[in-house]
Write a new protein. Structure first.
Length: 231
């Protein structure tokens, strides 16, 4: 089996620990600052609308969606979807997350290169995520497939790596707008940034997990480190 104890110890365990820590930080930070009212009193939906309109974007709709922290921007439909805790709340956490998602709409409008690349990678990444493990498994019987599987894991890592500047830039745009538009006071800027920084850690954890997986199978394939496939 290609799921051996080394995989569990050197890949799964670190990835789960990092993801768990990042998730706890997001929930703790969001819970803390969801109790702090933003300076302007605007709700997340109103803050996002203000950020979009003040940047000349009038063709993106802001809608409420279900789920906890399920906020996202859909470039295919030009819709910014906000979870109830963000859409309806005037908290520091809500306006920070809402403006972060609006930042993605600004990236889309300006054809921000990392976002364009990430969007182009979505279809092939989805296929790689679905079949990479199975291709690698077959590769232990038919070696050429092992290299194909490693290439699929490399695509998944590339996607997670490209995601980092996309998310960081969206947060930077949000931080800048939150103060310049008067949504939060200068004294609240640092606290709003803490919410966005905590959320960014989840993407860092995902990228690290993806990298560990790629390195593991490159080692198993003997491409790096002198490893070799074993039963």
């Amino acid at each position: 089996m290609f799921f051996d104890m080394q995989y569990m110890i050197f890949v799964m365990l670190p990835a789960l620990v990092l993801a768990g820590i990042a998730s706890m930080m997001v929930k703790f930070t969001f819970s803390r600052y969801s109790k702090v009212r933003s300076y302007s009193g605007l709700t997340g939906s109103q803050a996002a609308e203000r950020m979009l309109r003040s940047n000349g974007i009038f063709d993106v709709k802001v809608e409420e969606t279900s789920g906890f922290l399920s906020d996202h921007y859909d470039p295919s439909q030009k819709v910014l979807r906000l979870s109830p805790d963000v859409y309806n709340s005037n908290s520091l956490a809500a306006v920070g997350i809402a403006c972060h998602e609006a930042g993605h709409a600004l990236q889309h409008a300006s054809q921000y290169v990392p976002l364009v690349l990430r969007t182009a990678l979505v279809p092939v990444t989805n296929i790689s995520s679905m079949f990479a493990f199975w291709v690698v498994a077959a590769g232990f019987a038919f070696r050429p497939l092992l290299y194909v599987g490693c290439a699929m894991f490399a695509i998944a890592f590339l996607f997670s790596f490209v995601t980092l500047p996309v998310e960081w830039d969206a947060s930077a745009r949000a931080k800048q707008h939150l103060v310049s538009a008067g949504i939060v006071s200068p004294m609240q800027e640092a606290d709003a940034g803490k919410v966005l920084n905590a959320a960014f850690l989840t993407y860092v954890a995902g990228a690290v997990g993806s990298l560990l997986t790629l390195l593991y199978y490159l080692w198993r394939a003997g491409i790096i480190g002198g490893g070799r496939d074993r039963d």
